[in-house]
Design a protein around this ligand. Structure first.
Ligand SMILES: Cc1cc2nc3c(=O)[nH]c(=O)nc-3n(C[C@H](O)[C@H](O)[C@H](O)COP(=O)(O)OP(=O)(O)OC[C@H]3O[C@@H](n4cnc5c(N)ncnc54)[C@H](O)[C@@H]3O)c2cc1C
Length: 451
């Protein structure tokens, strides 16, 4: 179920092993949280997933295998930092890296980030619910921990919020500390310890590279390989397990299968009716892991004018609605594109504005970072993934305090003939395309062992 990256990868593995498989997809398109938008010059911009980076070996290998090119994210020039109404340009090769070199932040940064990195070693990416002290780490939010463990001046809390909004689509108060530590540990691979910096940075981090021609083509190519086995416009509503079979009932068909992989975010998996009913731990998990709320803005210009000003398009701001931006221009550099993330409380406030007011507010944010020319794009796109019935938020499911330690073990444990995929079930790079590929392969392996 689900022709996002995870479901398609799982189906391909099963087809390759010589078994019959069908992928039921609710939408009329494949790719889920990967979506390309055509723009001028025959180019596209990504309205969903966009970047890949070091240690994301599974998505990298898949992209190579499909013959899709990548290119480095534009990273020449300076980053922009806006705080307390002031603007500063700085290089991410300085001593603080991507973090802004603001003296008002430095003590807190130097205290908090290394501590979070080292605590994440204790938690690991495999089974955070079994980590020593898991319940205690899970009993507090990231916000409570930041306030207790660093002097946490207001400036630092504002920047922490500006970071959690794009990463999780959530505020520090909504995130369990255990979950954040798991997410940091997951920003690596089996041989490389995860770090906050690898997650957040462009240089040597998760924003390092782009997919030439957009990420949705990864899904489109996988779906082409599967041909008529991918069935679009078929939202699944019920799953009935009988003796020796499972019936998957969508709006269009009843498909009888031996095993089923549910490759959806937990909150959507929880909206399917299961017969017999799912065990309480699994049902409890799906009721407690909402998707983050992240809106992605793409503003398109004749050319990337900020490059001429010595800027690389990356910015972080304590004022909304956009807290973080990147240069999202296609490889050719024409047209230019700036992407802006509106997340957490900013996203919730943004959705209450009229369409015109939203556009004005977003472009004003960009103008504060990049000057008046940012107010006049040739095209403007905003995607509110929380409003999409078959996504309901992004980039990833989040765990509030008390959930991961109690319900986490139900994330990927098969139940009878039902198996769970989707990036939210991954160990490393949970929430990312790499995690979606890993999860699809793992679920396919589990099924193949039983066929
Ligand atoms: C704005 C944004 C920015 C992001 N940036 C990045 C990035 O830069 N790098 C990165 O690696 N990742 C990024 N991500 C995350 C990335 O998109 C996801 O990790 C990945 O695409 C998840 O794939 P998936 O297959 O697990 O889930 P999905 O893509 O959500 O796929 C689930 C599929 O199931 C379908 N479905 C839902 N309900 C039903 C039903 N009842 N019946 C049948 N089908 C159903 C959906 O339509 C969808 O196609 C971003 C996501 C967003 C939205």
């Amino acid at each position: 179920m689900g022709a996002g990256l995870s479901g398609l990868v799982a189906a391909r593995e099963i087809a390759r092993a010589g078994h019959s498989v069908a992928v039921l997809e609710a939408r009329s398109r494949v790719g889920g949280r990967m979506l390309d938008q055509p723009i001028a010059g025959g180019e596209v911009v990504d309205l969903g997933a966009e970047f890949i980076g070091p240690t994301q070996n599974h998505i990298r290998a898949l992209v190579d295998e499909l013959g899709i090119a990548t290119f480095p994210s534009p990273n020449e020039g300076q980053n922009v930092y806006l705080a307390g109404g002031r603007r500063m340009a700085y290089s991410d090769t300085g001593p603080t890296g991507t973090a802004p070199p603001d003296l008002a932040l430095l003590t807190d940064l130097l205290l908090a980030i290394p501590q979070l990195n080292s605590l994440s070693l204790r938690v690991g990416a495999e089974a955070p619910w079994d980590a020593p002290g898991a319940a205690q780490l899970d009993s507090q939010s990231l916000e409570t921990w930041l306030r207790r463990n660093s002097p946490a001046g207001q400036r630092f809390m504002d920047v922490a919020r500006a970071a959690t909004r794009p990463i999780f689509g959530a505020e520090p108060r909504e995130l369990s500390l255990l979950f954040v530590l798991f997410f940091i540990a997951a920003s690596g691979d089996e041989r490389t310890v995860g770090t906050f910096e690898r997650n957040f940075n462009t240089r040597n981090g998760a924003q390092q590279d782009r997919i030439d021609g957009g990420t949705q083509q990864i899904a489109t190519k996988l779906a082409e390989g599967l041909g008529r086995r991918v069935i679009r416009r078929s939202p699944v509503r019920r799953i009935v397990t009988g003796r020796g079979y499972v019936d998957v009932i969508s709006d269009r068909y009843v498909n009888r299968a031996r095993r089923v992989i549910v490759a959806l975010p937990p909150v959507l998996a929880g909206r399917i009716r299961y017969e017999p009913a799912l065990p309480s731990l699994r049902d409890g998990l799906t009721a407690r892991m909402p998707q983050g709320h992240l809106i992605k803005i793409q503003a398109i210009y004749e050319r990337p004018f900020w490059r001429g000003d010595g800027l690389n398009g990356s910015s972080i701001s304590d004022a909304g609605p956009i807290n973080v931006t990147y240069d999202s221009s296609p490889r050719s550099g024409a047209p230019g594109a700036l992407l802006g993330f509106v997340g957490g409380d900013e996203a919730r406030a943004f959705t209450r504005l009229s369409r015109d007011a939203r556009r004005r507010a977003a472009l004003e944010s960009l103008a504060r970072g990049f000057g008046a020319r940012a107010r006049d794009p040739i095209a403007y796109f905003e995607t509110d993934w929380a409003a999409e019935p078959y996504t309901r938020g992004c980039p990833v499911a989040i765990a509030p305090p008390g959930v991961l330690s109690t319900y986490g073990r139900a994330l990927r444990e098969p139940i009878g003939r039902l198996y769970w995929a989707g990036t939210e079930t991954s160990t490393y790079w949970n929430g990312y395309m790499d995690g979606a590929v890993r999860a699809g392969r793992r679920a396919a392996r589990e099924v193949l062992e039983r066929l």
